[in-house]
Ligand binder design. Sequence first.
Ligand SMILES: Cc1cc2nc3c(=O)[nH]c(=O)nc-3n(C[C@H](O)[C@H](O)[C@H](O)COP(=O)(O)O)c2cc1C
Length: 337
Amino acid sequence: MLTRGPDHDAATAALWAARDPGTFMGLVHHATLAANSHNAQAWRFRPTAEGVAILPDMSRALPVADGDHHHLYASLGCAAENLMLAAGAAGRSAELGFVPDGEGRVEIGLAEGGGADPLSDAILDRQCTRSDYDGRAVPATDLAALEAAARVEGAEVMLITDPARIAQVLELILTANAVQLSDPAFAAELKSWLRFNAAAAIETGDGLYSAASGNPTLPTFLGRFMFDRFLTVGAENDRYARQVRSSAGLAIIHSDRDAPAHWVQAGRACQRFALQATALGIRHAHLNQPVEVAATRPQLQSLLGLGERRPDMVLRFGYAPAMPRSLRRPVSAVIDV
Ligand SMILES: Cc1cc2nc3c(=O)[nH]c(=O)nc-3n(C[C@H](O)[C@H](O)[C@H](O)COP(=O)(O)O)c2cc1C
């Protein structure tokens, strides 16, 4: 099956459904529904005496787009946040620590007691929506709710709604995107994570499904050929510029320090931002090029007056219909027991 259709719809419907958050497998299921870089799912989950450990899976790292593993640890933070929220929904309190030994890991301690955070209700509905938005502004009360939701220890969000300031950040997005797309190693890595049709997306349960980005579905050989032949900086930058201009604003996640423990916290802030947006009917999508390219990150930092704080993630937000969902590998493939 090459086109989006019943198979993909059935797979996503089965995936984006609740499991009992009172069990280890149920908690991991909700964790794996978190946002993560390239949908590479570079994580493993292990039951511990205190709760759950989330470990990096370096075999799924992105050496070109994410050479320092910032996004990988941020993705662990996104998963940790979902897991903690799911635990809360099952009446358990959760506390997160980062253990720097070896490759580093997230340790979540669980205890009886504690209440549900309403953000947990949005876990099954959240998606990155990579389409044009409708240009409507987000009310001030909702902007305040987004800022409050994204605040965690050591990380928070800066919302930008001033068109002149958005235009300045857009310039950096376009500059960084041109740098990345002109790098054959970046393009090759990205291509290896693209799933050009439903059959490929279902078979791997990972990667970036064409239809979820608003692109046509194609046989894999043809998709790869079209990618090589027709993906140009000019066309991609035109699309990003249009998408940003159609958005209500930009959201910059930033953190106290540039180190893995803080990247995890940035991921938690990002996931909480995304869940709160979802709960308010607000869509979001990532545009992380300027934090990924070494030359533009300090420019973004100084443009936004962040001082020593690290800009971790760049997102846009606004209003639009839902897009096709993304898939995940089964829980059994990511547990480490
Ligand atoms: C740290 C991080 C970096 C990401 N960078 C990008 C990005 O630059 N561009 C993009 O379109 N999506 C980006 N994403 C979104 C992922 O591609 C998305 O979460 C994944 O494909 C799964 O889709 P879903 O979030 O809709 O479930 C990023 C997500 C995370 C957590």
